[in-house]
Ligand binder design. Structure first.
Ligand code: ADP
Length: 478
C-alpha cells in the first residue's frame, strides 16, 4: 500500500470521537432533563392555580350569597383583597362588575366559560393571553340570586411553558456551557483511561493474551497471537531450511572442489583420475538430486499456497493400479541392484488428482523401501479401495524399520534416522517431506507402521468423496 493510500485510509482520532460523543450526550441530557422538569413543573403549577381558583371562586360565591346576593357592590367588598381578577356577569352576558376594569366591558355572553357555567353550573378553562408566553386560567360558577341568574368568574394570568422556558434560558445556556466544559475535560481523562491499556497491550505483543484489558479485545488478541506465532514458526522454519540447504550443498561442493584441485595441481596420479572423476560425478549427481527436490518442494509450497487460485494442480482421474505398475517398472533396476524383490498387487482404485505428483509420491516411498532394506528383502506395492470406498495405496517393506521416536519426525525436511546411510544411498532428506506435501494437496491421510528390524508399511488413504474434492477445487479455482 502506498503512502498516499495509507494517508487516505488513516482512521479518525478516537479521542476526538469520544469527546464529541460525550459532549453530545451531555448536552442532550441537559436539554431532555430541563424540558421534562419544566413540563412537570408547569403542569403541577397550573393544576395548583386551577385548584386555587376553584376554592377562591366557591368562597367568594358563598360570601356573596351570604351578604347580599344579586348586588354587585356586595361582591366588590369581597373581591378587593382576593388577588385575582373577579368578574360578575349577568345571564345575558352583561358584565355587572369587574375588579380590574372600572370601565364598562363588552358583553361576555360568548365566552366559553360563561356559556358552560350557565349550562352546567360550573366551568373551567384556559386561554392564551394577549401577552406572549402567558396564559389565563378561568373558573366560573353560576349563581341563582334573587336578582336573577348570574355567573361569578375568577381568572389568573400565569406563564405558559414557553414563557417559563424563556425565563430559564440564561440558566439553560449556563448549564450547556458547563456541560461542554465538563465533557471536554472528562473526555481527556476517560479516553486516556480507555486507550492506555490498549497501548500497553500493543507494546507487549509477545504476552498479548495475558494482557487483554477488555473482554471485547480477546478475539483481536487471539488473532494477533496466532498470527505472530505463525510468523515466528515460519521464520524459524525458513532459517532452518536455509541453513540445512547450505549445509547439504556445501558437503558435495567441498568434495568436488577437493578432487578437482587434486587433478588440477597434478597431485592425483593418472590412475586415480577416473576414480576422482567418478566421485566428482557422484557428488554432482547428489547436488542435482538435492536441488531438484528443493525445487519440487518449493513448487509444492506455492501450489499449496495458491490452492483455490490458478495453480499447476489440475485434478484428473488417476488409475492407481496403472500407476503402481508404472512405478514397479521404473524401480525394477534399482531393486535388483539392491537385491530386493519388488512386486505389486493392484486392485482397481481411482483418485482425482495429479498423475505426475502421485507418481512422484509412490516413487519416493518405493525408493525408500528399497534403500532402507536388506539384500534378499522384499517390497510390496499395493492399492485398492476400502470398505467405505476410500481409495488407498501402500508400500510395504521388510527392511531396517524406523525407531518409534523417529516415526513422527521422518516427514520433516532434512530429518534422517541414519544420515550416513541416507547419503550413501543418494538420499536428500526431502523424500518424505515431498510425500507429505503431495498427500496434503490430495487431502489424503498418511499412516506409518514400522518396527526396527521387521520393516515399514506406509499407507496413503485418499478421501472417499473424490467428486466433492474436485467440485471444491474447481469452485475455488473460479
Ligand atoms: P532420505 O532422502 O534420507 O531417504 P526421506 O525424507 O525420504 O529422506 O526419509 C527420511 C528418513 O526416514 C530417512 O533418512 C530414513 O532414515 C527414514 N526412512 C524413510 N523411509 C524408510 C523405510 N522405508 N524404512 C526405514 N527407514 C525409512
Amino acid at each position: 500500500m502506498s503512502d498516499e493510500e495509507l494517508r487516505q485510509v488513516r482512521p479518525g482520532s478516537m479521542t476526538r470521537s469520544y469527546r464529541h460523543g460525550l459532549i453530545l450526550v451531555g448536552v442532550l441530557c441537559v436539554l431532555a432533563t430541563l424540558a421534562a422538569s419544566m413540563l412537570l413543573f408547569q403542569r403541577s403549577y397550573t393544576e395548583g392555580v386551577d385548584r386555587h381558583l376553584a376554592n377562591l371562586c366557591r368562597t367568594l360565591a358563598a360570601g356573596y350569597n351570604a351578604r347580599q346576593a344579586g348586588a354587585p357592590a356586595a361582591l366588590a367588598a369581597l373581591a378587593d383583597g382576593a388577588g385575582v381578577r373577579c368578574t360578575l356577569i349577568g345571564e345575558d352576558g352583561t358584565v355587572l362588575y369587574d375588579n380590574e376594569s372600572p370601565d364598562a366591558l363588552p358583553n361576555h355572553g360568548n365566552r366559553p366559560e360563561v356559556q358552560q357555567a350557565l349550562a352546567d353550573g360550573v366551568a373551567s378553562c384556559t386561554r392564551q393571553s394577549a401577552t406572549m408566553g402567558r396564559e389565563t386560567h378561568y373558573y366560573a360558577l353560576r349563581l341563582d340570586t334573587p336578582a336573577g341568574v348570574q355567573v361569578l368568574r375568577v381568572a389568573e394570568e400565569v406563564d405558559n411553558l414557553f414563557g417559563m422556558g424563556a425565563g430559564a434560558l440564561p440558566l439553560l445556556v449556563c448549564a450547556v456551557l458547563l456541560i461542554l466544559a465538563a465533557a471536554w475535560l472528562l473526555s481527556f481523562w476517560l479516553t486516556r483511561l480507555l486507550v492506555q491499556p490498549i497501548n500497553r497491550m500493543a507494546e507487549h505483543l509477545d504476552t498479548i493474551e495475558a494482557n487483554v484489558p477488555y473482554e471485547e479485545l480477546i478475539p483481536l488478541a487471539r488473532t494477533v497471537h496466532t498470527d505472530r506465532k505463525l510468523r515466528e514458526d515460519n521464520e524459524t522454519m525458513r532459517r532452518e531450511f536455509t541453513a540445512n540447504v547450505s549445509h547439504e550443498l556445501k558437503t558435495p561442493l567441498t568434495s568436488i572442489s577437493g578432487y578437482a584441485e587434486l587433478i588440477e595441481s597434478g597431485m592425483a596420479r593418472s590412475t586415480d583420475v577416473p576414480a576422482f572423476a567418478a566421485r566428482i560425478h557422484k557428488e554432482a549427481q547428489r547436488m542435482i538430486a538435492l536441488v531438484s527436490d528443493i525445487l519440487q518442494l518449493s513448487e509444492l509450497d506455492s501450489t499449496q499456497a495458491a490452492r483455490g487460485q490458478q495453480s499447476s494442480f489440475e485434478p484428473a482421474p488417476v488409475d492407481l493400479a496403472a500407476l503402481l505398475k508404472e512405478v514397479n517398472q521404473n524401480m525394477t533396476v534399482n531393486a535388483r541392484k539392491a537385491y530386493v524383490t519388488l512386486q505389486y498387487d493392484a486392485r482397481p482404485a481411482t483418485v482425482l488428482g495429479s498423475h505426475d505428483l502421485l507418481l512422484e509420491l509412490t516413487t519416493n516411498l518405493c525408493d525408500n523401501a528399497i534403500r532402507y532394506n536388506r539384500p534378499g528383502g522384499h517390497v510390496n506395492l499395493r492399492c485398492g479401495a476400502g470398505t467405505d470406498g476410500a481409495p488407498w495405496l501402500e508400500v510395504e517393506d521388510n527392511g531396517i524399520g524406523i525407531p518409534q521416536d523417529s516415526q513422527s519426525r521422518v516427514f520433516e525436511r532434512f530429518y534422517r534416522v541414519d544420515k550416513s546411510r541416507s547419503k550413501a544411498t543418494g538420499g536428500t532428506g526431502l523424500g518424505l517431506a515431498i510425500v507429505k506435501h503431495i498427500a496434503l494437496l490430495h487431502d489424503a491421510r498418511i499412516d506409518l507402521q514400522s518396527q526396527v528390524g521387521s520393516g515399514t508399511t506406509i499407507r496413503v488413504t485418499f478421501p472417499r468423496e473424490q467428486a466433492a474434492g474436485k467440485a471444491r477445487s474447481q469452485a475455488s479455482a473460479t
